[in-house]
Ligand binder design. Structure first.
Ligand code: DAH
Length: 340
């Protein structure tokens, strides 16, 4: 009997050395310790042993049982730890991998530029006024010194809702509306949508402008250039300058086209400035005395300056966009390039 016990102890030890997983651990338990296992089987055999040897054998079997159980318990701890370690290794998070990001929204390039323009002028004390997109002939043309038979109307053909009502062609309408509503000093910016019968790579039937108007005592062309210098430097960089060239608009006298020194080549000449060193960015001038009079403001006491900025034009220059249509197609591959 002792020989059988010793053999079983040796076998159990050898088997346990092979245990590496939960599965082999379970089979070990089944083979040796379960109700039908080999250790309880020895106990049953005890009956066949001589009565004289029985207590000693019983003790030996009990010791075997305790040893196998203890070895089994130790193996169970070992297997569990090994499996946990293996799982931890397999599930290791590589924190250097780029994170998965969710797509987020951003501002449209026209909104970005509009906000930048507003920021620049708000810093100089301008207030924002927004007028209606459906206008009457008076506010859009006649009181801006463009009478019904004036040839300047040809350049601003638009969509008419009736003989008198139309989609405004310019935010200059805001000049009349603010001067009707307020007395000088006036300092307003009028952002808004405007409409014209016009469509090519750089013109769209609907586009955006930003009008500026200052009316006070002693306002002159130098004030216009000073303010526009601040504006272009905010938008295009501190090294740029403005240049005024004579022009014509019915509602300003004198009228000017305003150029900015090329922010791409800094005056050396490049394709953006068509090798002139200058880029035309807006129109403006001293408010025509007739316009002041049309709004019951005495030109002997007050004077004003005005300017009109095309927001698409500024955005296209600033971001190097060569087709205005891209602004309105809302292709996310285009829009995504402006997210900050
Ligand atoms: N309204 C003009 C246009 O749409 C732009 C403009 C020119 C506005 C001169 C002004 C200005 O206020 O003084 O072409």
């Amino acid at each position: 009997m002792q020989a059988i016990i010793d053999e079983l102890a040796r076998q159990a030890e050898a088997d346990l050395a092979q245990v590496t997983s939960k599965e082999t651990l379970a089979s070990f338990w089944q083979k040796y310790l379960s109700k039908n296992g080999q250790v309880p089987a020895l106990m049953k055999n005890l009956r066949t042993v001589d009565a004289a040897e029985r207590p000693a054998m019983g003790k030996a079997i009990n010791e075997l049982k305790q040893k196998v159980q203890a070895d089994y318990d130790a193996a169970a701890v070992r297997v569990n730890q090994a499996e946990l370690a293996a799982r931890n290794a397999a599930e290791t998070v590589d924190i250097t991998l780029p994170a998965k990001t969710r797509p987020t929204g951003g501002l449209h390039p026209l909104t970005l530029v509009r906000n930048q323009i507003i920021d620049a002028f708000a810093g100089m004390g301008f207030e924002i006024y927004e007028g209606p997109e459906i206008e009457d002939d008076d506010h859009c043309f006649t009181r801006l010194n463009v009478p019904k038979d004036h040839p300047a109307r040809d350049m601003q053909d638009t969509f008419y809702l009736s003989d008198e009502l139309l989609l405004r062609t310019q935010t200059s309408t805001g000049q009349i509306r603010t001067m009707d509503a307020e007395r000088p000093p006036i300092k307003v910016l009028v952002p808004g949508r405007v409409f014209r019968s016009d469509s090519d790579a750089t013109h769209s039937p609907m586009f955006h402008q930003m009008e500026g108007l200052v009316v006070d005592k002693g306002i002159n062309l130098c004030d216009l250039q000073g303010m526009l210098d601040v504006f272009v430097q905010k938008l295009f960089g501190s090294e740029v300058r403005t240049r005024l060239r004579p022009s014509y608009f019915p509602f300003t006298e004198p009228s000017v086209e305003v150029d900015v020194s090329c922010f791409e080549c800094h005056g050396k000449g490049c394709s953006l400035c068509k090798h002139t060193g200058w880029i035309e960015i807006l129109g403006g001038g001293v408010v025509n005395q007739k316009v002041l009079r049309n709004c019951n403001i005495d030109p002997e006491v007050y004077s004003g300056i005005a300017f009109g900025i095309g927001i698409e034009r500024i955005a296209m220059l600033k971001y190097g966009i060569n087709n205005i249509g891209l602004m309105f197609e809302n292709d996310l591959r285009f829009l995504g390039q402006f997210h900050e």
